[in-house]
Structure formats: structure tokens, C-alpha cells
Design a protein around this ligand. Sequence first.
Ligand code: SF4
Length: 280
Amino acid sequence: METVRPRHTGFCFGVRDALELTSRAIEGGLPTLALGQVVHNDKALEELEARGLGRAQELPPAGGPQVVVTAHGAPPELLEEARRRGLTVVDTTCPLVSRVQLHARRLAAQGLPVTVVGHAQHAEVRGVVGWAAEEGSPEVSVVASPEEAERLPWRARRGVVSQSTFPQDRFQEIVGRLRGRGEELEVRDTTCPVVNQRHREAVGSLLDEADVVVVVGGRGSANTQALAETCARRLPTFQIETAAEIEPGWFRPGQRVGITSGTSTPAWVVDEVEAVCRDL
Ligand code: SF4
């Protein structure tokens, strides 16, 4: 099959740097534990775990291993508790996630209710909510759709930020819905430019040139899922984690296969997918 691949696939700088910091922490020889998934890719995770990285959802007790905060960041109370227990923290929070936290804090410091547009259960959103609350926001809410935004209680003024990986067009749609209720909004578009660029590349060229799309990335990766949803609105789209999941029955002879990836997918996994598609 002929394949089409946009310029940007593979890791974003945030995930790449987080993995490098984690790798260095492991090499330091101390027991190391990641709080959650440092990367939404099983193969990359297996490699780190084979080198000694542990994984947990909660902080270890005092005297336990050093803990890696992932690129998604963490709420302030977790960092405070780690300090209280005397744990060493390796903070790999992406600077663009720190930017979301900073804007949420600044809006909260103005005394505004803060609305985070994103998925309430996502680690990044839980962290941002924590920072806004700590800064004294009178009310912190999370919405992921215009319908949820409609259900928020009316406020004369409101601060709004976005989860970094939330699709920018949907963020703007939700902001529009809140504006339509006559609220005065302080909006900080904190969507990630790297993710936005991948969406633009998908919509701007990939979907025009391809007949079918394969999106490579972890099923737990918010930006991979959003990218797959964008592609699926126009073309048959399959989301996979590895080349082994490709089924020849997805394609018809002569079709062009568009291949793109989430930001936590290693480039070599995308290369493998492309090679398998070409050989079909
Ligand atoms: S997707 Fe964007 S915000 Fe998330 S880690 Fe990558 S660069 Fe940072």
C-alpha cells in the first residue's frame, strides 16, 4: 500500500524530555517509582521497567524510593506530602502543563471561579484543579462538552483554561457556549501547540491525501484519542498501539494509508507501522 505521513509524528518534546529525566534518575542507581504512566506506550514502558522503574498510583511511605512525577504534573498537595515524607521527587512536568497550572493559579488569585476544560479523571486536570483550589479560587469546575458547560451555575465572571491536550476547536466551542450565557470570561487558551499542529496537519493535508487513516498511540493517551476522533469524522480510521494490530482487511487495493501518531508514541513504532502498511 502507498502511505502518507505528515511531517510531525513520534514523541513531542515534553514526553521526550520526561523520558530522558526518568532515564537519568534510574541510572543514578536509586530505587525509582513513577506515579502513573510516564509514557502511554507499553513497549517504551516495558523498557523502562526492565531497567528498574517501578509504578504506583500513590506515594510510597517515608524512606521509600524516589518518585517520578510524570509530564502530566501533579497537584500541590501531593508534592507537599512527598516533601513531608522526605521523598526525593523527580519532577518531569512538561513546561506547557506548568503553563496551564500557572494560568489557573493566576486566575484563582484574582478571586475568579476557574473552569478547566478537559477530562476530570485525567492526571493533568486533577493537578490543575488542585493548583487553582490551593490559590484560593472560590469554585473550580471541569467540563468536557458544551452541554456540561451549560449546566454550570451562572457566574458574572469566570476564568477558563484548557487541559493541554484538549482539541482546540472543541475548547473554543465550549468557551463560546459560556460567553453566550452573558458571563464575562477571562480565557487562557492553554491548548498545546504541538498537539494543535498535529490536528492541523491531519485536517490540512493528511485527510485530503489519504483514503484510510491509521493513528498510532496508546489507548490511554488523550491526545491520540482526540486525533483519531478528528480523523474519523472524515475517513475510516483505526487506532492502534503497535504494528502487530494491523489487519489487512481494513484496506482495499490501491488505497493510500495516512499514518499519524499521538505525542507519546515513539517514532520507531510509527516507522514499524508504516513498514507493515507498505508491505501489504
Ligand atoms: S503533548 Fe504538549 S503538553 Fe503534553 S507533554 Fe507533549 S508538549 Fe507537553
